[in-house]
Design a protein around this ligand. Structure first.
Ligand code: PHE
Length: 347
């Protein structure tokens, strides 16, 4: 019986000597150690042996199995090391001083406006936070005062994952986390000011002004006497710095369960000058900056004393802003990867 083990060992050694790549190594592993492999087959013989033979054969076949396993592993390591050496060798030959024949890349229009707004807000004392894209229902809805079965959920239908989490529908999903992270300002400290940009997702029918993937930039300021005047001041600074020209705006009441009172700040469509076009759904106006005073329930859920503190929040449509700033008529261009279109924007 032990001879058969020796035969297997020899057969393996010979086969290993011929292996030249990972696929062949894997085939060899399966041929010997796989479910129907030669070693596994031999092990099935054990049950037909008497006690003495089983003990001896069992020991030897296990040794062979371990040997084959470690021989395969070290062979794989050797192959990997050889490959790395080869890559290092090639990298050494690479001359970094030769001018590239590749065309130079450029920043995406959304990145350009995002950076510009971050700069403006940083100079006014805002902290920049990064929101995650996969969120719990609680953070995305409940924590911003949108309980289960609230009709506001209809407008933000999104993509649910099999574990019950979802792709966030708005940057407001990070409000609760940020409130808990920083808390309300202590006595004598300046108000809490945070800006949190992020990619959002909704189940939309795609057309010139709707996408299922878009960017928002949310801002929040919380302190002892924050009022609507603070909100309007920051919105004005934002728009005049971004557009570097006068834009006509209008403020109208807007409903969002997480603000009270809530507003919609619209800008005059810069593509048609207010006459009406597909980008502004022929209304001449574009909803750009929904905002309002943070609802006391939301402060409370964020662990902030709503009797003592107030705050404002705004949810700037970054994608729309980029479209207005660069006069991009179709939102679909932005996610298209069309370099010819996207390379035109420089600052
Ligand atoms: N989260 C809201 C939306 O995406 C926008 C918003 C943010 C409104 C903050 C008010 C205050 O529709």
């Amino acid at each position: 019986m032990l001879e058969s083990i020796e035969k297997l060992r020899k057969a393996f050694d010979e086969a290993l000597a011929k292996v030249s790549d990972n696929d062949e190594l894997e085939k060899l592993r399966v041929a010997f150690l796989g479910k129907k492999g030669a070693v596994t087959d031999s092990m099935k013989e054990l049950k037909n042996m008497d006690n003495e033979a089983r003990k001896e054969f069992g020991k030897e076949i296990n040794v062979l199995k371990d040997n084959i396993d470690s021989a395969i592993r070290s062979f794989a390591d050797k192959m990997m090391n050889a490959q790395i050496e080869k890559q290092i060798e090639q990298a050494r030959k690479f001359d970094f001083t030769v001018p590239s024949s590749q065309p130079e890349g450029s920043l995406h229009p959304i990145t350009l406006v995002q950076r510009r707004i971050e700069e403006i807000f940083k100079s006014m004392g805002f902290i920049i936070e990064d929101g995650i894209e996969i969120q719990t229902e609680y953070n995305n809805f409940e924590a911003v005062n949108i309980p289960k079965n609230h009709p506001a959920r209809d407008m933000q239908d999104t993509y649910y994952l099999s574990n019950g989490q979802l792709l966030k529908t708005h940057t407001s999903a990070a409000q609760n986390y940020i409130m808990r992270k920083y808390g309300a300002p202590k006595k004598g400290e300046p108000p809490l000011k945070v800006l949190f940009p992020g990619r959002c997702f909704r189940n939309e029918n795609i057309d010139a002004c709707h996408e299922n993937t878009f960017w928002q930039m949310e801002g929040m300021m919380i302190g002892e006497d924050i009022s609507i005047s603070n909100l309007i001041y920051f919105m004005k600074v934002l728009l005049s710095e971004v557009f570097e020209r006068d834009v006509k705006v209008r403020l109208r009441p807007g409903f969002f369960p997480f603000v009270e009172p809530g507003f919609e700040l619209d800008i005059n469509c810069l593509i048609c000058g207010g006459e009406g076009c597909p980008t502004c759904k022929n209304s001449g106006w574009l909803e750009l900056l929904p905002c309002g005073m943070i609802h006391p329930n939301v402060l409370k859920m964020g662990g902030i004393d709503h009797d003592k503190y107030t705050g404002f929040a705004f949810g700037l449509g970054l994608t729309r802003l980029a479209m207005m700033k660069y006069e991009i008529t179709d939102i679909r261009v932005l996610n298209s990867g069309n370099l010819k279109a996207l390379k035109q924007f420089v600052s």
